[in-house]
Every structure is written in structure tokens, then in C-alpha cells.
Design a protein around this ligand. Structure first.
Ligand code: SF4
Length: 275
């Protein structure tokens, strides 16, 4: 278990590692690159039973990203391994666990069977653990439509989130309304950044704002900053009058929008380098 710089969680926890590419978003997979560099197993799941007890390091309220170095729902992940992990998750209701996958069908199948009952985790049936947030990655509209529709079919999930990262083309919510969206461009060597990225990110952010969906803007990758210095938009969420992307300042109707707001101007000038 490791403290992480990923801005939307506090820890990464890897009781299962390993995966293989499933779609375009995998082309520059950092987990694969790291595994190959250090000679770790890649292409199939590996279970690290000793890591199950690492959760003691976290403090109440921390957010734990499960399996940042693979996919918990990879087809080679044995059901008994997955259940052992979920058993630990249930023992720690004071923590939030985030599961992010590109295998939405396998995730839907797992939780359906979990709720119905499992030979490894009595009793059954059982409710969805409310400290579990389920997410899917979607790099383009097709993947968004397919994976998010499967995510939305899983009942009683405390938070359904979508990581539109790397954003490789325009993505719109359409009819689907998850609870939280993270989005950002591809970063690192060979990053594929679509010409209309700035427009697509703003459009998706606007859709989220209109629907009351929190939007986590990750436009601070090196290439983005170089090409689109407008990443100050991230500062919206640093403003004390911002609630989930909506301005709740009592004078909002006079202010018009964040760019006109004197509070925002001050904050964006002062904190430009920190957002
Ligand atoms: S699904 Fe995730 S972990 Fe697996 S290869 Fe693709 S990017 Fe890497």
C-alpha cells in the first residue's frame, strides 16, 4: 500500500496486479511499462495475499484506489482472490475503496454474484458495501456508452464514477448520469492529444455542471500546459463558493460566471501554479 500523488485518492493498494490491453486507452499503460521495466509479471493477474493486511496504515476517511497496477476484474483474477480482497474491504467501513476498470461486464457480473451469494463469503444474499465506489475508464464515446451503461446497471452503488482518461476524442454524457466524472488528456511520451481537446473538455465539463455532476479536471499534463495554458479552469473548484462546479455565491446573478467573479480572479492569480 502506497501514498499516492493521484489527486483523487490518498492511497493505492495492489493486492492483485497484472492485466493486458483491452482497448485504445491501454496503449501507453503505465502499469504495463512499470511491470516490464522491473520484471514484474504482466499479462495475467497475480495475487499478493500479504498485502491484504496493509490497510491498517490508512486513517478513517481515506480514499483507497484498489489495483492501480492492473485490473481487479481481469479474466485471470480468480474469484477466491477477489473475494478475499472484498472481505478486507468490508472489514474497513471507515475507508472508501475505488475500483476502476475497463472490464465493466466482468465488474457487473462480479457484483451480481456477490450480492446473490458466494461460497467464499457467507452469508447471502448481501447488500452492496457502501464504502465501495465503482468506476469505468472510457477513452472515447463508444467506450463511454458501452461501459457506463453496464456500470449504471449495477444496483445500490454508493458512487458510480467515470474516468475519461486518456480522452482520445469527444465524449458526451448522452443519456447517462453517473455520480462523478474525472477527465484529462493523455500525458507522457507519445501522448495522443486530439485537436479539439480543449473544446471537448469544456463541453463535457459544461454537461456535468448542468446535470449537477462533479467534474474533476486533470488538464495539467505537461503537453496540455504547453499547448493550452488555459488550465486555470481547474481553479473553479478551489473557490470557497464552488459546490460541485456550481457557484453558490449570493451575488452570482450579478457576477455572471467565474471568470467575471472578483473572488475567482484573485484566487486564480494567487494559486495559478498550485492548481
Ligand atoms: S486495462 Fe488498465 S491496467 Fe489493463 S492494460 Fe489497460 S490501461 Fe493497463
Amino acid at each position: 500500500m502506497n501514498k499516492t500523488k493521484i489527486p483523487w485518492c490518498d492511497w493505492t493498494w495492489n493486492p492483485l496486479t497484472g492485466c493486458d490491453a483491452i482497448s485504445e486507452g491501454c496503449r501507453h499503460c503505465y502499469a504495463e511499462a512499470l511491470s516490464k521495466r522491473f520484471g514484474w509479471t504482466w499479462g495475467r493477474s497475480v495475487f499478493h495475499s500479504k498485502r491484504l493486511k496493509e490497510l491498517k496504515q490508512a486513517k478513517p476517511g481515506d480514499w483507497v484506489f484498489v489495483c492501480s497496477m492492473g485490473d481487479f476484474f481481469h479474466h485471470t483474477a480468480k474469484r477466491a482472490w477477489q473475494d478475499a480482497v472484498i472481505h478486507e474491504v468490508i472489514q474497513h467501513p471507515e475507508l472508501i475503496f475505488l475500483f476502476l476498470t475497463k472490464r465493466a461486464d466482468a465488474m457487473r457480473q462480479y457484483w451480481s454474484e456477490y450480492c446473490a451469494g458466494s461460497p467464499y463469503l457467507p452469508p447471502s444474499p448481501r447488500p452492496m458495501p457502501q464504502n465501495v465506489f465503482l468506476g469505468v475508464s472510457a477513452e472515447n464515446q463508444n467506450m463511454f456508452d458501452v461501459r457506463v451503461s453496464m456500470l449504471m446497471e449495477i444496483p445500490d452503488v454508493a458512487c458510480r464514477f467515470v474516468s475519461v482518461e486518456p480522452m482520445l476524442s469527444h465524449v458526451s454524457l448522452g443519456w447517462q448520469k453517473p455520480d462523478w466524472i474525472i477527465a484529462g488528456p493523455e500525458t507522457g511520451p507519445g501522448a495522443r492529444i486530439p485537436l479539439q481537446l480543449d473544446y471537448s473538455m469544456d463541453a463535457l465539463r459544461g454537461e456535468c455542471t448542468c446535470n449537477g455532476i462533479p467534474f474533476f479536471d486533470k488538464r495539467e499534463g505537461e503537453q496540455f500546459v504547453r499547448q493550452w495554458p488555459g488550465h486555470w479552469r481547474n481553479a473553479y473548484y478551489n473557490c470557497c463558493h464552488c459546490e460541485n462546479g456550481r457557484c453558490v455565491h449570493p451575488d452570482y446573478t450579478k457576477l455572471g460566471d467565474c471568470v467575471q467573479c472578483p473572488l475567482f480572479q484573485k484566487l486564480s492569480a494567487e494559486e495559478y501554479d498550485d492548481v
